[in-house]
Design a protein around this ligand. Sequence first.
Ligand SMILES: Nc1ncnc2c1ncn2[C@@H]1O[C@H](COP(=O)(O)OP(=O)(O)OP(=O)(O)O)[C@@H](O)[C@H]1O
Length: 258
Amino acid sequence: MLEARKVSLRLGAKSILRDVDFKAEPGQITVLLGRNGSGKTSLMRCLAHTQTRWSGEILIEGQSLRKLDAKTRAQRIALMPQVLPRPPITVRTLTAFGRQPYLGMSGRLSEADEQRVDSALKQAAIAGHAEDLVCHCSGGERQLAYFSLLLAQDTPVVLLDEPTASLDMEYRQVVYALLRQMKAAGKTVVLILHELADALELADQVCVMDRGEMVFTGTASAFLSSRIPQSIFGVCPKTVRDEKGSEYILFAPLDQTK
Ligand SMILES: Nc1ncnc2c1ncn2[C@@H]1O[C@H](COP(=O)(O)OP(=O)(O)OP(=O)(O)O)[C@@H](O)[C@H]1O
């Protein structure tokens, strides 16, 4: 469980977040939506404490985020950032970094750590590239390599900032399946997405930010019956049914719906 109470962030003269309340539950996928520049990444960075200049309160499993030391924090919360570095290290070495918060004085991976690295590589469907350099991976492979790192870190809370950006349909489905596995494992999963239809399909909870404020929190169906699609995203949801009777949500730009 991850909770933010009245979180605000000022950077210089700019007010980036204002009194944001946010709650994400274990065993659920919470999707954070909003237009470009609405404050999603800033909020996620505060939640992971990679941005430390926030005020208010953030609780992780009931404990104040500020009171946790860096090692404990890394055992509780993992962040996959929007921009993924391309270091000249292998995918296996990258994944092994996920075990760092658990290493003892020797700094060496135990047998159990090595097994966790192997299982994370397999789970993220990237074991076949374990010895490839991250800097030589394709965009999709790199995304899966960082998923493998996230899995190896074994935290109850995972935060992902646009984990499917630049991925093709096939890789996107792999990532969505991994997110569902994390949810089934009881993790608190929070992600930022721009694809509304995908977001609604995945989300147990939808949160919408606008100009640094949280303007909507609810289920996908509450989102669809609200004015948010029109007022924030300028689109109108339409339900279409295929010949087998399966329903899909499409979003038409407002000026095409008149
Ligand atoms: N370090 C900074 N200094 C000043 N302004 C910043 C800083 N970081 C972010 N901002 C501003 O904060 C606002 C919110 O940015 P943020 O990256 O959180 O938005 P976002 O909703 O994640 O956008 P996107 O969907 O484009 O990734 C933007 O106006 C951005 O310019």
